[in-house]
Design a protein around this ligand. Structure first.
Ligand SMILES: [Zn+2]
Length: 549
């Protein structure tokens, strides 16, 4: 009974920043034309390469409306005269221009096909300006369902934030809404009522007083940024900052919190520099020094917005005060600070091309929680934590979703993925080498969008191990390998069952207190034992099931 309650509690709280997976999108099997337009690299997308956005909008909190423009600059890769812009209903794309000429738009649901008048010469850098307005979809359960949260703080001030992972940034601004292509830099201008502040990504260039009871905050992002990482956060903010002495020199760390929470935040946010130290150690330099690092309080739980990580964990340790691992270790840190900032390396630096491969974001980031513990509390703590999180694994669907239809894989991409990586660490069997592999991923794929295959290849090359069937097993099936063994006198017989074809994976066992590596396959093999009645223990760091016959 106790266990049942415990598990129910876990699953209620566990849709960690996790199953923001948006239930609906995630469960769906019948994909529509709209899903294909949203999730594939259509002919009207592939011919142009994004270089720059200037999002320039006015937010009206009383009306709950947004209006403005996005200037979309791109390089022409191949001849084509039709360009796809995404903007989700009920927002309206009112006009698109190029070189001051208004263009014809063919609207197809949330995809808008714009016919260009000027010839698109290969290699040329062109731009279009997309005009839009309306009432964007309101987020009901941010960040899981996405949209704009129009809230108020307890003093009655507007407290507004965007969140759009999975659903896509086109829920609140027009863009090329596919993960494969990112701009190289971006400007974000947001006009809001005087008395409020807007915090977006990158650095604050200036704040303009418009003399009409509004201000415009101008932010500049100097690095490639994915669409869902772009955000607005509007509130009655106080801020404080510090300089972190990092691997690439001085890193500005800025914190924006509701004025009432300033003192609390000054103590609680000490996890932020601690996080930075641990993650630079494991993953290499923070990937966006030019843009600074910010933690920004929001009226929802939090999200990995690039260089502007949003925070709503109520100044508590754990996940809203709970330990997802059940080991106690999860209460040693603020889950949202650690997890969402971990995404700066895996999601913002290394970004999946297709969200079917979102395990690249979530598995490494879920694993980063245990690496944070490893840095401050040691390997034992780290292992206990990651093993503890197995209680949340459902093995309902594979980690990889369906390609080209904007479909995420199972929510197991968090803790099953983390346990797969923890298993790989055992196979590498050299913690310094393992750390260098994690750093290599971040340097090799610096500011890039990647596929699962690229990550698989890199891990295999750097470790020198054949990992093909191991990835097939853990990423593409819901089956957990079972180590089946039987002691017969002075012989130990063992093999893998419940595996993909050709699955071979070494594993560490303890026989009477002494470690042995064995390499089971699908056929029984035998290890000679020194004595009868040997005590056999399988190393629990490997995410496998064990069946003693
Ligand atoms: Zn995450």
């Amino acid at each position: 009974m106790k266990n049942t309650l415990y598990l129910i509690l876990f699953f209620v709280i566990s849709p960690c920043i996790s199953t923001k997976a948006q239930g609906l999108l995630q469960e769906k099997n019948n994909f529509t034309r709209q899903d294909t337009l949203r999730g594939s690299i259509t002919p009207e997308r592939e011919w142009w390469d994004l270089s720059y956005y200037h999002l320039d909008i006015k937010v009206n909190p009383e009306q709950k409306t947004i209006s403005g423009t996005n200037t979309i600059q791109y390089t022409v890769l191949k001849p084509n005269q039709v360009l796809q812009i995404d903007l989700q209903e009920p927002l309206v794309l009112t006009k698109v221009t190029q070189n001051n000429k208004e263009l014809e738009i063919k609207h197809d649901g949330n995809a808008h096909f714009v016919t260009l008048k000027d010839q698109q010469k290969i290699g040329a850098t062109n731009s279009v300006i997309a005009y839009y307005e309306g009432k964007p979809r309101e987020a009901v359960r941010a960040p899981w369902d996405g949209g704009i949260s129009w809230k108020k703080d307890k003093n009655g001030n507007h407290f507004i934030a965007s969140s759009c992972q999975g659903l896509g940034a086109s829920v609140w601004w027009p863009n090329k809404d596919h993960m494969y292509d990112e701009v190289d830099s971006m400007d974000i201008s947001v006009t809001i009522p005087k008395g409020l502040m807007n915090v977006s990504n990158g650095r604050l260039k200036n704040i303009i007083d418009n003399k009409d009871e509004t201000i415009t905050t101008n932010w500049h992002v100097a690095n490639p940024i994915n669409n869902y990482g772009v955000n607005i956060n509007i509130g009655d903010y106080a801020n404080f900052s510090e300089v972190f002495k990092g691997e690439k020199g001085d890193l500005d760390m800025n914190y924006y919190v509701l004025k009432d929470n300033l003192e609390k935040a000054k103590t609680h946010f000490k996890d932020a520099p601690k996080m930075m130290k641990a993650f630079e150690h494991w993953f290499g330099p923070y990937p966006f020094y030019e843009d600074s690092f910010k933690l920004v309080e929001v009226p929802y739980l939090g999200m990995e917005h690039q260089s502007s990580v949003t925070y709503g964990n109520k100044y508590m340790n754990g996940y809203l005060g709970s330990d997802l691992s059940g080991t106690g270790w999860g209460l040693k840190f603020d889950f949202i600070i650690i997890h969402e900032a971990g995404h700066e390396w895996f999601a913002n630096n290394i970004t999946n091309v297709d969200i079917a491969d979102m395990w690249i974001h979530e598995s490494f980031t879920a694993y980063s929680e245990s690496l944070f513990l490893d840095y401050y509390y040691g390997k034992q703590a780290s292992s206990e934590y990651v093993i503890g999180t197995r209680r949340g694994i459902q093995n309902d669907r594979p980690l990889i979703g369906q390609y080209n239809v904007n479909n995420e894989g199972s929510g197991d991409m968090y803790y099953k993925g983390a346990n797969m990586l923890h298993t790989l660490r055992q196979l590498v069997n050299d913690d310094e080498k393992w750390r260098q592999i994690l750093r290599t991923l971040n340097s090799k794929f610096y500011h890039q969008t990647v596929t699962t295959q690229q990550i698989e290849n890199c891990l295999a090359e750097e470790s020198g191990l054949d990992l093909k069937e191991i990835f097939n097993q853990y990423l593409r099936t819901t089956k957990i390998p079972v180590l089946e063994y039987q002691v017969e006198g002075k012989k130990l017989h063992y093999k893998w069952t419940n595996t993909v074809k050709d699955f071979v994976m070494p594993i560490k066992i303890e026989v009477n207190g002494i470690n042995h590596w064995i390499t089971p396959s699908k056929e029984y093999q035998t290890l000679k034992l020194k004595s009868k009645d040997s005590n056999i223990k399988v190393d629990n760091n490997f995410y496998v099931n064990v069946k003693a016959l």
